[in-house]
Design a protein around this ligand. Sequence first.
Ligand code: SF4
Ligand code: SF4
Length: 434
Amino acid sequence: MNFLRTIFKPLAHVPKYTEHEETISSVDNPDTVVIPLEYPGQIYYKSLVQEGDVVRRNQIIGRSELGNCVHASISGVVKEIKPVWTARSFTVPAVVIESNKEPALTVDEMFESYGVPFKSASQVEKLKASGVISPWTTPGKFHHEEEMDGFPEVKQIIIKGASEEPTVFAFELLLQDKVEKILQGIRKLNNIAPNATIWLTTPKRLAEWASEEFGESVQVVAVSDEYKHRIERLLVRNLTGVDIPNTMSYRKMGVAVLSVEYLLAMVDALDGKGPFTSKYMTVAGNRLSKAVTVKVPIGTPIRTVLESQGLADETYARLLVGGPMKGIAQYSDETPLTKSSHGLYLMSRDALPDEVNLTCMNCGRCTRTCPINLQVHLISRYVEHNLLKEAKQFHPEVCNECGLCAYVCPAHRPLVQLIYMCNQYKEQIDEPKE
Ligand code: SF4
Ligand code: SF4
């Protein structure tokens, strides 16, 4: 997946604060949505529908072994179930729904199909039935509920009111727009995890306002507009004092991290306001004068969002889902947007280097820039020469894929991709088991 991370000219555009629209606009329901049924390594939903079925918005169309659900985000007819490319560049089965503009299912109807009436459902059942994977559970494909018993109590919670990518404004606009509902969500978190410390991150420019609005309920943390101060794993480490590598879930260390958007979805799920079927995301680009944040039904193809902003015919060299630092380049603008697609970034040709993956000139910039002091130049060269075991001695597994090393590399080397590749192949270089 991250092989598609983009390499761009160092300093060609600095990933920091971007001008943006201060309001969120809605995109009309698309004629077709595509709902992926699998998120590899995380969750697999067994389809509950088949070709030709008529479905209504909010209807549960897939369910995981642990009872987590995925829903139709528009009403319509299931045209087909077929493999599609997801925004994270996996091919997975997906349900294609063509709109018929029928009304949505009510919450009671949805819970009836889940098998537990809303009134008697537990909090966890409400979240699972509504497609909100609680940050205090692990939803994985192969997890069983009892495995959670060994996990520590959640003692630290971080609510992200500022996105890691400085070109994504969805979280901070929601923060300003939904104050009362966010406060409700914080009260719910206090009930669910009574012993937890809760932090709320906010962009620096909103810090004073956020402290007034939320300061009595949570610890408000101002984050800079610069990407290097927003990298999530590092922010989590700085706040909680717990160093959690990229390969480990926060939950295993008693930490829960959720976005403001997820908190709002949680409030809706627990209050019976409906499942998580639409998503906020910011469209930005190095040639766009202003970023725009929109609300779209989950499963909307990228192209529909671009059309809604008059950008479908725009020429750009890379289309990223996410932001410029961690975003994933897409093969096609037909790719559907999912719950984890927080941004779209359009990158113009002149932001990309003419040549990439040149020979390392041993300048050391990558290593000096790495926020966790990895010997990036050594790891990348070992991997390049297929010396994976040697590369592993330098602990590439702790890399948080922030992309800063590649950003400063004058040879435009695909450093994150090389590290990622090394980590993916780790099974093959481990010592054989007896
Ligand atoms: S190796 Fe590169 S991507 Fe990984 S943490 Fe260091 S700077 Fe970030
Ligand atoms: S920044 Fe690029 S060229 Fe310089 S040492 Fe690192 S990999 Fe080599």
